[in-house]
Write a protein that binds this ligand. Structure first.
Ligand SMILES: [Zn+2]
Length: 103
């Protein structure tokens, strides 16, 4: 009867995981899911860069808030912006935003 016992134990673990998986959805989990969805158009390398940057240096919002982020090369550095308007704002005043990024 040991087989029967472990089968029941297995079901218990599965239903717990389903329960907690649902209940534990935090704002951070949702943000991560949103990011992953917006970043799926990017290459693996870009996705990792965008994930490490996480927020737009201009509007300070999540990079994913307006969909797929815009990639730019600035002074040999890859920077992502949440939308083209943010890239324009950055290029008009890079000093302002790059100093904010280094804080
Ligand atoms: Zn932005």
């Amino acid at each position: 009867m040991r087989g029967g016992m472990s089968f029941r134990g297995c079901l218990l673990v599965l239903s717990c995981a389903a329960l907690f998986g649902c209940g534990a959805k935090t704002a951070a989990d949702l943000a991560l899911a949103q990011q992953e969805n917006a970043f799926k158009e990017l290459s693996q390398e870009d996705r990792e860069l965008a994930l490490s940057q996480w927020t737009c240096p201009v509007c300070r919002e999540l990079l994913s808030h307006a969909g797929t982020p815009v990639k730019a090369e600035l002074a040999g550095e890859t920077v992502f912006f949440s939308k083209p308007e943010c890239q324009v704002a950055y290029e008009q005043n890079p000093q302002k935003f790059s100093s904010a990024r280094n804080e």
